[in-house]
Design a protein around this ligand. Structure first.
Ligand code: NCD
Length: 347
């Protein structure tokens, strides 16, 4: 299978096979980060631009590290130090950056749909690193990868997503990914933060934390996205914490081998108790580790597909790969067994 998407804008629209393909590719990349020399030449000579219009610690450094581990040159631009300050529009910034011929543009933006707009310029692959309250597809993939690693096949598992569902792009992308892969999703939070329309994706709604956690396999806690809340959705932070903070006591409702996820940044004592965040069921830092592998996979799939398609075509035409006259020959092989993980990408 090849990954036929030119851009990576969301989980919406991706098939089960496409999701599994990206996840399997990410799993095959994970081993590179365990090596002493954490670098393969796969994207040598390519440039990845990270364009971030919102604060970010994990996502931005994860994309940067992923690009560098694949030997690409990574450039970081944040809105506060770019010409946005001088009144330039997003489209003009993007046109100028694309004119420098990057292999991909990674965009985080407070407006839902911003990466889709850039994708319409169609000058280079665009990767959505979080757009407003819409989607955060690489976060959902790293979450699913972490759940698979601990619990095996996603099909038939029950995953609770707790907190500010209304403003969470992480929740949206995860609901789509998890339900596409056959999981049951329970959304838990105050009624004001639980959009009813999410039921159309087959997600159950719960306003009682303990009832919602009964028998779940995995729990994903979300931060209150206060920067996006336009009004008071609950009486006070104290009241919210009393009803929805994940404590050791609340955790007892879940399955005995439950795992706890959080995309970060955490607000300890608000949505999650420190004893849970740092406890034995927490896989929060493993999520961060898997994030690099997921982003390596997405960068790799988006920036090498043309070459792979050419390669597939030449194989189909009976030409040996690397044979004289083949346009693949000039490129370093991405299948170098000394540099790539043992399991061939895409298997
Ligand atoms: C999330 C985001 O930015 O949407 N964080 C992340 O990417 N690691 C969630 C959040 O900010 O709460």
């Amino acid at each position: 299978m090849t990954f036929s998407q030119r851009h990576f804008l969301g989980i919406e629209g991706l098939s089960r096979d496409e999701l599994l393909f990206v996840l399997n590719t990410a799993e095959s990349f994970r081993e590179i980060s365990e090596r002493e020399v954490k670098k393969v030449p796969t994207l040598r000579g390519k440039t990845i631009i990270n364009l971030f219009y919102e604060s970010s610690t994990r996502t931005r450094s994860s994309f940067e590290i992923a690009a560098k581990r694949l030997s690409a040159d990574a450039i970081n631009i944040s809105a506060s130090t770019s010409s946005v300050n001088k009144g330039e529009t997003l489209m003009d910034t993007a046109r100028n950056l694309c004119a420098m011929r990057p292999a991909a543009l990674v965009l985080r933006h407070p407006a839902s749909g911003a990466p889709h707009l850039l994708a319409r310029l169609n000058q280079c692959p665009v990767i959505n690193a979080g757009d407003g309250t819409h989607e955060h597809p690489t976060q959902a993939l790293l979450d699913v990868m972490t759940i698979r690693e601990h619990l095996g096949d996603i099909h038939g598992k029950t995953v609770a997503i707790v907190g500010d569902i209304l403003h969470s792009r992480v929740a949206r992308s995860n609901i789509l990914a998890l339900t596409t892969l056959g999981a049951q999703v329970r959304l838990i939070g105050p009624p004001t933060l639980l959009p009813p329309e999410f039921s159309r994706w087959g997600a159950e709604r719960h306003t009682d934390l303990r009832a919602g956690l009964a028998g779940v396999d995995a729990i994903m806690m979300l931060r209150l996205q206060r920067e996006r809340q336009t009004r008071n959705f609950f009486p006070s932070l104290d009241e919210y914490a009393r009803r929805f903070c994940l404590t050791v006591e609340a955790l007892r409702e879940a399955k005995p081998n439950v795992i706890i996820l959080h995309p970060g940044p955490m607000n300890r004592g608000v949505e999650i108790d420190s004893r849970v965040a740092d406890g034995p069921y927490s896989v929060i830092l493993e999520q961060v580790t898997n994030g690099v592998a997921v982003r390596m996979a997405v960068l790799y799939l988006l920036t090498t597909q043309e070459r792979l398609a050419t390669r597939d075509q030449s194989v189909a035409n009976g030409q040996a790969v690397g044979q004289e006259g083949s346009d693949v020959q000039a490129e370093p092989s991405v299948w170098d067994e000394h540099t790539l993980p043992k399991r061939a990408v895409g298997q």
